[in-house]
Design a protein around this ligand. Structure first.
Ligand code: 2M8
Ligand code: MG
Ligand code: MG
Length: 288
């Protein structure tokens, strides 16, 4: 089993960013040696302290699926995935924070260049992280200063503060597509990204663990995925056990029929719901 999870609104409380209510299930995963794979809108810089606090040394996915980071022992193993993944367009593997990075999306420079054109084409007043300093971001999110600085340290995406109408959103959507970009809705922000989403990492992760654990090809690990927002849909669709974590601020995202039949919806919100769902699934696998 692999657990792949969103952070904000899912494992972390939407307001306090605490994962404390999920501690019992987290401890059970650690005891069972089940990897906890973070798949988030957050940056690699934000994840360094969080991975330490959560006690996970598994691979992780940042900025809405735009890059996969492979800490040891995976850095060597995943080399062939990096070269054969068909979505790995223009990838620039490099070492950031000492972990091999596999880019799946566009660079921030490409995204910001397109954003300047999109502003001109649409006449929309678009405000994003590139216009903000740490103080502005802290006011919008309630992040502490250090975390806000780390959130501004982006490589593959631009979160936009969106308050426009449906019609304006359709216009923005069309313009983004024209530049080969996508828009993904997070808990607070509309994320402008390349041709990536949170689902693209699932197969590379399955393959990496299949090899790491020496499993036969037909015996790939099953994936539990947990999320609360529209930007989590692709990840949930790609999972064996999708879990919709109830959000205090957003309606549940709409799954496809096929995915809905195997999905679980939590009773509790955020980390409390996370705790409940992980326990239920581990019980279903008769794990101690
Ligand atoms: C942004 O992401 C969340 C994820 O749902 C959002 O859109 O509301 C990201 O920019 C992330 O880096 C940041 O930590 C977070 C803070 O609320 O907001
Ligand atoms: Mg979320
Ligand atoms: Mg998120």
């Amino acid at each position: 089993l692999l657990v792949v999870t969103d952070l904000d609104g899912t494992l972390l409380d939407h307001h306090s960013y605490s994962f404390q209510p999920a501690e019992p299930a987290l401890a059970r995963l650690r005891r069972l040696g089940i990897p906890l794979i973070l798949n988030t809108s957050k940056t690699a810089a934000e994840l360094a302290p969080l991975r330490r606090e959560l006690g996970t040394d598994a691979p992780y996915v940042v900025e809405n699926g735009a890059a996969l980071y492979w800490p040891p022992p995976f850095d060597a193993l995943s080399e062939s995935d990096a070269n054969t993944d068909k979505h790995n367009l223009g990838a620039t593997p490099g070492a950031i924070l000492g972990h091999r990075m596999q880019a799946l999306g566009a660079s921030r420079a490409q995204i910001l260049a397109a954003l300047a054109e999109i502003r001109r084409d649409t006449g929309l007043k678009l405000e994003g992280f590139s216009d903000w300093n740490a103080d502005t971001l802290m006011a919008h999110t309630g992040l502490e200063r250090r975390a806000a600085e780390q959130a501004l340290d982006r490589q593959f995406s631009e979160p936009l503060w969106w308050q426009g109408s449906e019609a304006q959103l359709a216009r923005l959507q069309q313009a983004a597509e024209a530049y080969g970009l996508r828009l993904l809705m997070g808990g607070r922000f509309l994320h402008l990204v390349g041709q990536s989403d949170k689902g693209r990492c699932i197969e590379p992760l399955r393959r990496a663990y299949t090899r790491q654990w020496g499993l036969a090809d037909g015996a790939q690990p099953k994936v539990i995925a947990l999320g609360d927002g529209d930007n989590d849909l692709a990840m949930l669709e790609a999972a064996d056990h999708p879990v919709l974590v109830r959000s205090p601020v957003n309606p549940l995202p709409e799954l496809s029929d096929a995915c809905r039949t195997r999905a679980m919806v939590t009773e509790g919100y955020g980390p409390l719901g996370w705790n409940e769902a992980v326990h239920r699934l581990l019980d279903r696998y008769r794990l101690p």
